[in-house]
Design a protein around this ligand. Sequence first.
Ligand SMILES: Cc1ncc(COP(=O)(O)O)c(C=O)c1O
Length: 387
Amino acid sequence: MRRIYLDHGATTPLDPRVLDEMLPYLREVFGNPSSAHAFGREAREGVEKARIRVARALNADPREIVFTSGGSEANYLAVRGAAYANRDRGNHIVASRIEHHSVLDTCLDLAEHGYEVSWVPVNEDGIVDPRKVAALLRPTTILVTVMLANNEVGTIQPVREIAALARERGVLCHTDAVQGFGKMAVDVQNLGVDMLSISAHKIYGPKGAGALYLRAGTRWQPLNHGGGQEARRRPGTENVPGIVGLGAAAALAVAELEHETAQVRVLRDRLVSEVLRRIPGARLSGHPVRRVPHNAHFCFEGVAGGALLAGLDAAGVAVSAASACAAGSGTPSHVLQAMGFADELAAGALRVTLGRGNTAADVDLFVETLERLVEKARQKAPSSGRN
Ligand SMILES: Cc1ncc(COP(=O)(O)O)c(C=O)c1O
């Protein structure tokens, strides 16, 4: 059976060019980057080259890059590190309702420990209005965190505008760029953010590697102690092959951004128009154009997304019923809830995220299979209705 992978929002395959760059660091270059001998220096060189590449990809200074175990840790370090370091200035955090759980749950935990969190709503297209952020700022606000691109519906948030108004008020701004980086230009100077998170495995790099951009001079404090690595910001012996892979993947993501986004956009647009044309009661969620080019997200009236996912999986097609992290949790997506979707409609959600390896034939096979499955599901439950 031909298998088709349409879940690049969950993770991406390792690019063979990235693997080639990592292999020496999994084989012969095994030194500890902190060791004061040639073995250590070789490993250190790999880490520092990756730091330069990541910094260049984000238009940052290499000293502003902190390597982490992935996007979740970068988010966690950003939010909690800023909250603790600015406690003397205030205790108020502003976060969007559609953040990834690594931001959301960190904020919820802080709210149980003396911080106050205001949640910025999104409109029915899943977009934050910067004026609503401005209205929530108080003299005690210390941090605003709004993601660059949403992991479920792919909407692109006005982070530049949000960062500008935070800066005007002397408030730090963090953005989770895990789903935006590699799909759109990400320039920390242009965005004007103080902190930004990325993850290697969403950009054809290895799992377990990511980075936090931490603007020089940002009032922030580390959460872990006991090692001098990452300029004392994130102790622990570095994941050298992972970091090298992140550097290689980031460089490729930027070099191939234009070509790749143009290619997936054509495929995604074909997929969206075919699904909407052929499947009655199908609805595209999120903003029609302000979304990352590889993302399509649908709801199907009267059909459970989980059943479609299982049917597609049996046919060899991998998609997601929500984001990878919410999938299987059985709870309705907080993103769709924030967008005002009724639970019944949200239950029919299907996220399709295209990638480098996909072709028009993949899209056509997906649409055919989906059409068949939706029809079958509706025949089984005719009373669930489409109108
Ligand atoms: C928006 C967003 N932020 C953070 C993460 C977490 O990244 P990682 O898997 O590297 O911890 C994800 C992963 O799904 C994500 O989609």
